[in-house]
Design a protein around this ligand. Structure first.
Ligand code: SF4
Length: 284
């Protein structure tokens, strides 16, 4: 049987645990809640929560007074929070404390007079929330998602402050910071990539080159899972990104002796265990 090595920190981070527990509680205590998108980027967990009546708002839906709305771990722009308050709904705020820290750092940079660069993914809900706080603080800034974009669009500002979306790739963040620092008179940097993200990425960097096959488990829309898969693939071309055990193909493991497994921060333990068991069955 091949050896299966599971990365130590694979699976739910503490921010996701908070959000999923809050959603379960909303289902059990309040008979359900609305969310402005999936609570986490994991289809199986979202389906489980839907059975507890925790469902996603549709774009045209009007909220009724007294209904419950759960703010996801990604956070929301202040304007959106205000809109919810005015609608008279009960708000459960499950914004991850690491995301709140990015909001605070953006406000600090604006107060200190910096133009703010957010190293992050355009259109991601967390980045939309961060931009909302930038706007609310009356600041100026931009989002940068790759080096090409940064080199093309870096503005001529004397003072630039930098933050990162919490799940950004550490290597890209470092490269971007280096480039901005070389081309700007004064730079202030807050590395707001959360510990959960950096620990998972470091583990994959160590594990991927030492195994024959690497399996990364997590939602296809999960940014942090996709980045783990990218990092792993760059170090080991035999990397496969799956959402659940029945996607595993026996031919991936032919001749493999060591198999590495990791999972994004929104992947529940039971899915990870199913995958590990299935790999053992296939290779056994
Ligand atoms: S990945 Fe980090 S920022 Fe995102 S929810 Fe988890 S702990 Fe919070």
């Amino acid at each position: 049987m091949a050896e299966v090595i599971l990365a130590e920190s694979a699976g739910f981070c503490f921010g996701v645990k908070i959000a999923v527990d809050a959603a379960k509680e909303a289902g059990e205590k309040y008979g359900g809640a609305w969310t402005d998108g999936p609570i986490i980027h994991n289809k199986q967990v979202v389906e489980f929560l839907e059975r507890l009546n925790v469902k996603q708002l549709s774009p045209e839906q009007q909220l009724k007074k007294g209904e419950t709305v759960l703010i996801r771990s990604h956070g929301v722009p202040p304007k959106e929070e205000q809109r919810l308050k005015e609608a008279g709904v009960n708000i459960i705020d499950a914004t991850c404390p690491f995301v709140k820290k990015v909001h605070d750092k953006v406000r600090q940079l604006v107060e200190e007079g910096y133009f703010v660069i957010i190293i992050g993914e355009h259109g991601h809900p967390e980045v939309i929330g961060i931009l909302g706080h930038l706007e609310d603080a009356g600041g100026e800034g931009m989002v940068v998602s790759n080096m090409e974009e940064l080199i093309k669009n870096l503005p001529h500002k004397r003072r630039i402050g930098i933050v990162a979306q919490t799940t950004q790739n550490e290597d890209f963040f470092r490269e971007a910071v280096g480039y901005i620092a070389e081309n700007t008179e004064e730079v202030k940097i807050f590395n707001t990539i959360c510990d959960a993200t950096s620990v998972r990425q470091e583990e994959v960097k160590k594990l991927a080159p030492t195994v024959d096959v690497m399996i990364i488990i997590g939602g296809r829309h999960s940014g942090n899972t996709n980045r783990l898969a990218q990092i792993s693939r760059a170090l080991n071309p035999n990397t496969y990104h799956i959402e659940k055990a029945d996607e595993l193909k026996p031919e991936w493991f032919e001749g493999a002796e060591r198999i590495g497994v990791s999972a994004g921060a929104s992947t529940p333990d039971w899915i990870i265990q199913e995958v590990v068991e299935k790999i053992k069955q296939i290779t056994g």
